[in-house]
Design a protein around this ligand. Structure first.
Ligand code: MGD
Ligand code: MGD
Ligand code: MO
Length: 660
């Protein structure tokens, strides 16, 4: 049986499930799927072939708290009791005192959007969830190229002569791009990696720029300066298809290779080599990730990087341009699922700790958490835990497993996984849209998101009978609204082709969706929004007390915190030998990583795979993975990026010492 993985990952893999006697025997990549081509990533191979469908590992019944908050003691209750209790409580409250906390445990359309219908009708306070992931970069993309210029198909990376992987680590976070980059390499393409770590692709690269976290903006501006000043800028393209080139040029003019190099902590000659290589290569592709935006300069950095192909004249050819996210490629609107934009109070997800622990106005009385695990994934872990421990906050957690957040719940509801439901999955790497369909029965009494929120809509009389009802009717309604043959292809398990055609070339098949159709290289709106001014570098937040930059990139064992309960190898902090020697620390030492927000205790791994001055913990760890039940988010600031109010996880600055 075939289905699609709708987890929050670039690839949305085609999955083949082999069953015997009604039970799943083996789950693997669908060999016929154009993206996954028979291969699943490490985490999913472990997750779906291991404990994930085992009722022992899953939540199977609704639970009510039977101990102190956080203790994890629960008693079983029936679904009727649980739904009745929630309805009773919510009926008595002003909607604004209910906080709808959610994100991308599933990226499937119904599972993501259907619940919003309930909360919007309730008038609940909403989180702006993209702020903990990619808001800075998306806002930058939106202003420079319009609401996401429909994408470059990253699978055409095989046609590139130069691939620049900037702040991305596809080897862990979007595996299926890697063979296409290798194909290009075999044909002689150059590979450049811009990353503070020696990622698997950096190890093979022709050029690696191991810059300081948060310094991408000045490196990109130095490359712009080179393009403008050496005559390598594409004057005809800039004249006819862009705006703002003169302003960008003015901002870039101060960033010589030497000045950028001193800020970024790399050699001026390396930036020069990169600039010359990029200027002369065609087709040249920038695969921009999200590592570069999770800091104070994130929005400006992404805008400057995405502007490079416009200035360098890298569009209009297959294998050239930029790739960031293709999630908007299918034009599917949230309103199709009845989830209109809320006209309600919205809080930045990075400030969840603040609004839970401190008083919000009006104060929050009920927290409803689903599709996310804030204790593990939202900055300022200790403040979040403090908020969750509040006796006067009634917390409902709807999840597949008993997460670190669920341990603080008053009511826990068991959710199905995508292997048990119908849905629709979009990739955000490749341009792919596929059906999700049940391959096994629901585990225990678990229910899907549309089912549970459909029941709550009915229990609270919030369903005015408008729009499609229930899971399947909503799905069919979405299919019916898709243009052309897309629905027909989906029903027949064929990969549909988007309206702009397969494997589009930017500025040939797809164009910016800005009001005048031009790329805006110095967007006024962005300049207004950014606190310091667009393309203005904000200095490193490191201090003498907390000099080390802590970054927390994707791990190949988890998707954010999802599957984090399955493998719990003892986690180690990765540190460069220069930094460990300076602190007299040896391999395997127990260390304490700390700053003013918290501390994490774990083992030390000394590796030259990260630049000196930067240390690494994986994102998405469960509390049980460290020696003191504290993870990287305990050290992450809840400050916001220059543009888009995005997360600044990688602005965490810390000190490390031996743990006593
Ligand atoms: N330190 C650090 N932290 C980070 C980041 C970082 O760079 N550094 N990056 C961040 C990023 S990029 C992101 S996107 C966020 C993600 O943060 P979250 O959105 O919190 O993502 P997950 O940790 O995967 O939690 C998703 C939860 O949803 C559950 N779930 C999955 N499917 C369903 C379903 O169908 N129904 C229900 N009810 N539940 C379901 C899963 O079991 C899981 O517990 O984390 C951020 N956290
Ligand atoms: N296995 C796995 N796959 C995932 C996820 C996962 O958790 N696990 N998460 C999914 C989600 S929600 C997202 S948003 C994507 C994220 O996927 P990616 O865009 O690949 O993002 P990250 O893994 O956060 O970071 C990518 C790289 O950026 C580097 N980096 C950190 N700081 C900086 C910086 O300041 N500048 C530069 N140039 N590089 C920096 C890190 O060292 C890392 O190698 O992946 C998705 N896919
Ligand atoms: Mo993300």
């Amino acid at each position: 049986m075939l289905t699609t993985c709708p987890r929050d990952c670039y690839d949305a893999c085609g999955i083949a499930v082999v069953k015997r006697n009604g039970a799943v025997r083996h789950v693997r990549g669908d060999p016929a799927h154009p993206v996954s081509r028979g291969k699943l990533c490490r985490k999913c191979s472990i997750g779906y072939n291991g404990a994930y469908l085992d009722p022992q590992a899953r939540l199977t019944r609704p639970l009510r708290r039977a101990g102190a908050k956080g203790e994890g003691a629960f008693e079983q209750v029936s679904w009727d009791e649980a739904v009745g209790e929630i309805a009773e409580r919510l009926r008595r409250l002003d909607g604004h005192t209910v906080l709808n906390a959610h994100y991308t445990g599933t990226f499937a359309l119904l599972s993501y959007f259907f619940p919003l219908r309930f909360f919007h009708r309730l008038g609940a306070t909403e989180v702006d969830p993209d702020t903990i992931c990619n808001k800075a970069g998306h806002v930058a993309l939106e202003y420079v190229y319009g609401t996401s210029m429909d994408g470059f198909d990253p699978l055409t990376a095989r046609d590139s002569a130069c691939v620049v992987v900037w702040g991305a680590n596809p080897s862990a976070s979007g595996l299926h791009l890697v063979p296409y980059i290798q194909e290009a390499r075999k044909k002689g393409a150059r590979l450049v990696v811009v990353d503070p770590r020696v990622t698997p692709l950096a190890r093979q690269a022709d050029l690696h720029l191991p810059l300081k976290p948060g310094s991408d903006l000045v490196v990109a501006l130095a490359v712009h300066r080179h393009l403008f000043e050496t005559g390598a800028a594409d004057a005809a393209f800039l004249e006819t298809q862009t705006r703002g080139a003169a302003e960008l040029r003015a901002r870039a003019s101060e960033w010589t290779f030497e000045r950028a190099a001193s800020v970024a902590g790399i050699q001026a000659a390396t930036i020069r080599e990169f600039a010359e290589m990029y200027a002369s290569a065609s087709p040249a592709l920038i695969r921009c990730g999200w590592g570069l935006e999770r800091n104070r300069n994130g929005g400006s950095a992404v805008a400057a990087v995405l502007a490079l192909p416009a200035v360098g004249g890298k569009f209009k050819v297959r294998g050239g341009g930029y790739a960031l996210s293709n999630s908007a490629a299918w034009g599917i609107e949230r309103t199709w699922i009845g989830a209109d934009e809320p006209d309600t109070r919205v809080v930045n997800m990075n400030h969840l700790g603040r609004v839970l622990a401190a008083d919000a106005d009006p104060p929050l009385k009920v927290l409803f958490v689903y599709n996310c695990n804030p204790v593990a994934t939202v900055p300022h872990q200790n403040l979040i835990i403090e908020g969750l421990a509040r006796e006067d906050l009634f917390t409902i957690v709807f999840d597949q497993v008993l997460t670190d957040t669920a341990a603080y719940a008053d009511l826990v509801l068991p959710a199905t996984t995508f292997l048990e439901t119908y849905d629709l999955a979009r990739a955000y790497g490749p341009i792919a849209l596929q059906m999700v369909q049940p391959v096994v029965d629901a585990v225990g009494e678990s229910r899907s998101n549309p089912e549970v929120f459909g029941q709550l809509l009915a229990a609270l009389d919030l369903d005015e009978g408008e729009g499609p009802q229930g899971e399947l009717e909503t799905l069919l309604d979405v299919l019916n609204q898709l243009p052309g043959d897309i629905a027909e292809d989906l029903r027949n398990q064929r990969m549909p082709v988007p309206s702009f055609g397969a494997a589009p070339v930017q500025f040939v098949d797809v164009f910016p969706r800005t009001p005048d159709g031009k790329a805006d290289l110095f967007p006024e709106a962005l300049a207004r929004e950014s606190a310091a001014g667009l393309y203005q570098f904000l200095p490193d937040p490191g201090t003498d007390r907390y000099p080390l930059a802590l970054i927390s990139p994707s791990s190949d064992r988890t998707i954010n915190s999802t599957l984090g309960e399955l493998s719990r190898p003892e986690v180690a902090l990765v540190m460069h030998p220069i930094d460990s020697q300076a602190r007299g620390l040896e391999e395997g030492a127990s260390v304490r990583i700390f700053n003013e927000r918290g501390d994490v205790r774990c083992k030390l791994s000394i590796e030259p795979t990260v630049r000196p001055g930067t240390v690494v913990l994986p994102k998405g760890l469960w509390r049980a993975s460290t020696l003191n039940r504290s993870t990287a988010t305990a050290l992450a600031p809840d400050t916001l990026s220059d543009v888009g109010e995005g997360a600044c996880f990688n602005d965490a600055r810390v000190q490390v010492e031996r743990s006593q």
